[in-house]
Design a protein around this ligand. Sequence first.
Ligand SMILES: *Cc1c(COP(=O)(O)O)cnc(C)c1O
Length: 417
Amino acid sequence: MTSSHSHLAETDPAVAEAIAGEERRQEENLEMIASENHVSEAVMEAQGSVMTNKYAEGYPGERYYGGCQHMDTVENLAIDRAKELFGADHVNVQPHSGTQANMGVYFATLEPGDKIMSLDLNHGGHLSHGHHVNFSGQFYEVEQYGVDPETGYIDYDEVAARAAEFDPHMIVSGSSAYPREFDWERLGAIADDVGAYHLSDIAHITGLVAAGVHASPVDHADFVTGSTHKTIRAGRGGMILTTEEHADAVDKAIFPGGQGGPLMHNIAGKAVGFGEALEPDFVDYAERVVANAKTLVDVFTDAGIQPVSGGTDKHLLLLDLRESHPDLTGEDAEDALDDVGVTVNKNTVPGETRSPFVTSGIRIGTPALTTRGMGPDAMTTVGELIVERLNNPDDPDVASEVREEVDRLCAEFPVYE
Ligand SMILES: *Cc1c(COP(=O)(O)O)cnc(C)c1O
């Protein structure tokens, strides 16, 4: 266990028990939700520190409160390390989440009613890219592009044609479930051609971009937003990278535009996590994340289960179950795997016919298992266990065999020693 939580156990046993339960759940299950990871104990120490007590509205050197000298130190460390990781001119580390980072960029550049063009949620996009249930879909007029239903790849000619027709103020790129590398240069050029801003949302691939394992959009986008808890292990939060030209507008849009006091304990966590990502072994980690995802692609393809687009360039794959398991919905698959200690999420697939609560696919990611130290052999076993379970979702004997193997793997690769 990571810590005894001895104060908490005494003063609030109900919460202490829930935290202990969550620690056990993380240790005893295979976390394959593509957007999740395990941070280091150092990041958690920073997050669980006295930094949570302090108001620090404003930015380093220009705060609205006294006593901010140590706040300035950690925020500057987070900013400087992010600049080094991503080669960006200007960084804002205050967004409370990836969604609020996107909100900051929209508020810095757009008026209500302006037009944005983004990847369809069913094709891998994100709620904050203009979905009607999100503020972004309510404030702005949205046109969406998708992937080619045959290949599963984005058709950039189609994006260019749609952009010329729609004439957006902003093109949003980036995704939650698109397994392929983005052509940032092409997207930047399309945005230039129609006089639109290019916002590249690298929420899922922040760590892969930092490590140079996925191409960086920094030179091809006006704004890059990211989350700090997915493929980079810097704790829950968001960030914005931009050019000097837009630096002031972005900073004002975050504070005072959309947030009050920054979450300084989380910013301390970001500083620590970014520092860890600057260590040489982080590149090795990011490479192993992608290699592990490719290993899974091979196992699933051999078993006749189709990954959308035929594979992956990243940390995630999207399995389309319609051909191999026509009667098994994404929801069924998620439940069947949950039963045996493998945590994934159901996901819509391109050309989806079922509802988003049911779906025909599952999204599987490797960042968390890679953090546990798993390599190609363990990942092959994990893939085979998933196949075994999906092929026998109602067989209790298979379920207990798979669960036993999951237990063995979890014991062999502890999250926190
Ligand atoms: C995860 C994600 C975000 C940010 O999500 P939060 O939960 O708000 O931190 C933003 N964009 C994309 C594409 C994402 O996948």
